[in-house]
Design a protein around this ligand. Structure first.
Ligand SMILES: [Fe+2]
Length: 256
């Protein structure tokens, strides 16, 4: 199997490139728009053909690369069925199989961070999006997040997986790249609770600032348009690179 974990240092996002063999089909999970050229270069060097790309949920902290990857490779874009209409070409339900040559993923609906959050199991590992992070869990205070739903997704779904299951999250802010269900059960401070109420109390008192990119990333990732006046205002406020500004404008133009 070919398994690559790449990192976007601006949003601390992990992206996964998966294939069963060189010369075969590939799948990408949670790509970041600015890194599209890097993914395509890597696919080319590994002699892989991108056929499917998945977002675990509508991201608020970065602009997803799925639409640009679709435009440039004609791959199928996938999200869970709770994602807003028209952002992807294929939607999956809970417990559905996603296949590429020699690889099979199983979707699990794990709401809580957002109401459209999915995780994906592949053999000995699980891609947890922002539902279960390494020694943390994804915030639940926007995009229809709900700490009680997240508690159920964690305790009734993800933590029921075998203790040896490898965890590959969508982000890490401290440099850890992989964990296991067993380690997280023991050492993740958010999981050391005895009731949904106790978990919700922790999550409701985090008082986190909104992600810097949120006002641009969420509408773009949902496929919603923004007025030209608002676009200018947001880009000015963000102080982003020329390259990213160009990519954002390009995506906006394609939405309209
Ligand atoms: Fe997220």
């Amino acid at each position: 199997m070919i398994f690559r974990q790449t990192f976007d240092s601006t949003s601390s996002t992990y992206t996964y490139i998966i294939a069963s063999r060189s010369g075969g089909e590939a799948l990408i999970i949670d790509p970041v728009l600015e890194k599209t050229d890097q993914y395509l270069r890597l696919l080319d060097q590994l002699d892989l053909r991108l056929v499917k790309v998945i977002d675990t949920h509508i991201h608020a902290d970065h602009i997803s690369g799925i639409s640009e990857l679709k435009d440039r490779t004609k791959c199928i874009t996938i999200m869970g069925e709770h994602a807003p209409a028209d952002v992807v070409s294929m939607k999956v339900k809970d417990n559905e199989k996603i296949k590429i040559e020699g690889i099979e993923l199983i979707s699990i609906y794990t709401p809580g961070h957002t109401d459209d959050s999915y995780s994906f199991i592949m053999n000995d590992r699980v891609f947890t999006g922002d539902t279960l992070l390494i020694k943390g869990t994804g915030r639940t205070d926007f995009q229809n997040g709900n700490p009680y739903d997240q508690y159920n997704s964690l305790f009734d779904r993800l933590l029921k997986l075998d203790d040896k299951t490898l965890i590959y999250p969508a982000h890490d802010y401290k440099g850890e790249m992989v964990s296991t269900i067993g380690e997280e059960k023991k050492y993740n401070p958010r999981l050391q609770v005895s009731s949904p109420q106790e978990y919700a109390k922790i999550m409701n008192n985090l008082n986190l600032a909104n992600p810097k990119m949120m006002d641009i990333a969420v509408p773009l990732n949902k496929g919603e348009s923004i007025s030209e006046e608002n676009q200018k205002k947001l880009i000015k406020e963000l102080n982003i690179s020329e390259d990213l500004e160009k990519k954002i404008k390009d995506r906006w133009n394609k939405k309209i």
